[in-house]
Design a protein around this ligand. Structure first.
Ligand SMILES: C[S@@+](CC[C@H](N)C(=O)[O-])C[C@H]1O[C@@H](n2cnc3c(N)ncnc32)[C@H](O)[C@@H]1O
Length: 235
């Protein structure tokens, strides 16, 4: 498949997308969904502001954005559990997008919309304070010191996420990489927009109510790594 135009290198550093957009050739069923279902679920392209209410064909009670949904297992589970909530999933890896599309089709999910590119394209197009929760689960760890600047979490990305979250809204962050937990905690604590409301020293070890491990969490567990779960509240 041809690489996308719009060279990432022309963007400011924190907006650049790293990682792959394509994996193994898609099975015919998945390729068909990308061709037919994705255009119906994809957010309108361009730079125009987005109206969340107009994205869904029913009145949504809340809006959740998941950044880097991978194969969409968590997003589809959440969308199933909360039919009155609208979900916007952002994921540039087409094989993962195709998996989510299969769940949407098979489970007839009406409350999911997809942005199959960089989440940072969408945040500035959403109205301020329209999002109730952002899930950032097991973002790419970029463990090598020279690659850490590629991490999704930066002061600028935190400010952009804060811009769309309503006061009291949550940014949920999970990782199995100790250094990434510390990285995110230090930046969120330096940010004027977020508060980490941990109730006990062990707070970060406890996942959210109703939590099911994501695919990357399952892999981490198999490999003997535990996770940190951080909840930051938009002040
Ligand atoms: C390590 S995977 C985790 C997937 C999933 N959240 C899970 O826990 O199983 C991180 C995902 O984030 C996606 N990603 C990386 N940068 C992104 C960006 N700027 N916007 C949206 N997704 C991004 C990658 O394509 C990748 O699928």
């Amino acid at each position: 498949m041809p690489r996308r135009s719009n060279p990432e290198s022309a963007r400011p550093a924190h907006r650049q997308l790293h990682g792959r957009a394509h994996g193994k050739k898609l099975r015919a069923y998945h390729a068909g969904l990308v061709e037919t279902l994705l255009p119906r679920l994809a957010l309108p392209g361009g730079h125009e502001p987005l109206d969340p209410a107009a994205l869904f064909d029913f009145p949504i009670r809340a809006l959740v954005v998941e950044i880097g949904f991978g194969g969409g297992e968590h997003l589809a589970d959440e969308a199933n559990a909360r039919a009155d909530t609208g979900f916007i999933g952002c994921e540039p890896f087409v094989n993962g997008v195709a998996k989510l599309l299969a769940r949407v089709e098979e489970e007839e999910l009406r409350n999911v919309r997809v942005h199959d590119r960089n989440a940072l394209d969408i945040l500035p197009r959403l109205p301020r304070g329209c999002v109730d929760r952002i899930d950032l689960l097991y973002p790419d760890p970029w463990p090598k010191a020279r690659h850490r600047k590629r991490r999704f979490v930066s002061m600028q990305a935190l400010a952009e996420m804060a811009g769309v979250l309503r006061p009291g809204g949550e940014l949920r962050f999970a990782t199995d990489i100790d250094d990434y937990a510390a990285w995110t905690l230090s930046r969120a604590q330096a940010s004027p927009f977020f508060e980490w409301r941990a109730e006990s020293a062990a707070d970060w070890m406890v996942p959210w109510a109703g939590w099911k491990p994501t695919r990357f969490e399952e892999r981490a567990r198999r490999e003997g790594r535990s996770s940190a779960y951080l909840t930051f509240v938009r002040v």
